[in-house]
Design a protein around this ligand. Structure first.
Ligand SMILES: *Cc1c(COP(=O)(O)O)cnc(C)c1O
Length: 382
């Protein structure tokens, strides 16, 4: 079976994890601190705060932005459900806006009609790794005192106007789930240029404590901690951070490899008329976290038929990005989102992973091509 994704892990990660275990300190400690410093340096932002997942990161970002009961937060429905759920966690109302077809991201044009006196934040997702136009969104939102939280879950290693994605955001949230590029098994990171926000995020991830357990442990004097507000246990472990430090060093190579494979897909699939493929926006470069294709209006095979054909050929593909407003959890929302619905119903994600071979890629291309065109005979004649 050709997987849709496979993390690129090796002996170095295994050794780093083993070293953390051997050190006797496996909860949040010195390796988490080192990973945060290395990640902040890689993004080019002053502060990075490690947490247990990107979902936790989004939750804390909204608390840090002061979002709560009675507030509205504009989000894309076309996203992993965690984006909308984070808004519900803080008691606010997610308001679904449509996306741009080429990038699958919110734009000022799709968000503006949904702004009300209650709108306090917009969660701007870099969907599938494709950078969203943050400056344009901030130009709309900053004058209205609406916080733009960047959901960069998929976008570690993508660039926006020449800088790493996340660098220009007041709050950006990253995921280290194995379905993304850089992985720690589970894990997430928040970045911010604001030191007092970073300090509050560090307290919130650890029960609201004013001094971390690790710092108390390393103190020479007895230290009595205080709990400044109701916080959470959203800590990352030092075992995860040890793996993350190795993965971060490999990130540029992961992105480069994915871009080579993605460009090869684009070339090999370019003969299928009407097929739209994932690509770079004019202002940045994607890490191709997912290589999605949107089927032509009149495909020879429907999306679900194509997924079945791929599965029959030993290829694990996925439906395109989900749409939260079509799920039972959000059934009360009945927004009109034509582009979101076109994308979620007629797109799919093709396999793309670091160690994918050209032969594997050719196999995927041949199944897709024969399903969508008549140019390839089902049985090749010698
Ligand atoms: C994966 C993902 C998340 C959730 O990340 P976790 O680390 O699994 O919590 C949130 N938003 C988007 C857009 C994602 O793709």
């Amino acid at each position: 079976m050709i997987p849709v994704m496979r993390p690129w892990l090796g002996k170095e990660e295994a050794d780093a994890a083993a070293e953390a275990v051997a050190s006797g300190w496996i909860a949040q400690g010195p390796r988490v601190r080192k990973f945060e410093e290395a990640f902040a340096a890689a993004i080019g932002t002053p502060h990075a705060v490690a947490v247990s997942s990107c979902t936790a990161a989004l939750h804390l970002a909204l608390i840090a932005a002061g979002i709560g009961q009675g507030d509205e937060v504009v989000v894309p429905s076309l996203s992993f459900i965690a984006t909308a759920n984070a808004v519900r966690y803080v008691g606010a109302q997610p308001v679904f806006a449509d996306v741009d077809l080429a990038t699958q991201n919110l734009t000022p044009q799709t968000v503006e009609p949904h702004l009300t006196a209650r709108t306090r934040a917009v969660i701007l997702v870099d969907q599938a790794g494709v950078p969203a136009d943050l400056d344009a969104m901030r130009a709309l939102c900053d004058p209205l005192h609406i916080t733009v939280v960047e959901d960069a879950a998929c976008a570690a290693g993508s660039t926006y106007r020449g800088r790493p994605v996340g660098a220009g955001a007041e709050l950006a949230a990253f995921s280290f789930h194995p379905r993304k590029l850089l992985t720690t098994g589970e894990g997430g990171m928040l970045t911010t240029p604001n030191g007092s926000i970073a300090a509050r995020l560090r307290r919130l991830r650890e029960h609201g404590m004013d001094i971390s357990a690790a710092d108390r442990h390393h103190s020479q004097q007895p230290v009595i901690e205080h709990y400044t507000e109701v916080g959470f246990n959203f800590r990352m472990t030092d075992i995860q951070a040890a793996i993350g430090l190795v993965q971060l060093r490999k990130l540029a190579e992961m992105v480069a490899r994915r871009r080579v494979l993605a460009q090869r897909y684009q070339k090999l699939l370019s003969d299928i008329s009407g097929l739209v493929t994932a690509g770079d926006p004019p202002y940045g470069e994607t890490n191709y976290q997912s290589f999605w294709v949107l089927l032509p209006e009149e495909p020879a095979a429907g999306r679900d038929d194509l997924l079945q054909l791929l599965a029959d050929a030993g290829i694990s593909a996925r439906r395109g990005i989900m749409a939260a407003h079509l799920e039972p959890a959000y059934a009360d929302a009945k927004p009109s989102l034509p582009v979101t619905e076109q994308l979620t119903m007629h797109s799919l994600i093709l396999p793309l992973f670091h160690q994918m071979t050209q032969a594997q890629q050719d196999h995927v291309v041949s199944v897709v091509t024969s399903a969508l065109t008549n140019s390839m005979p089902a049985i090749s004649v010698p």
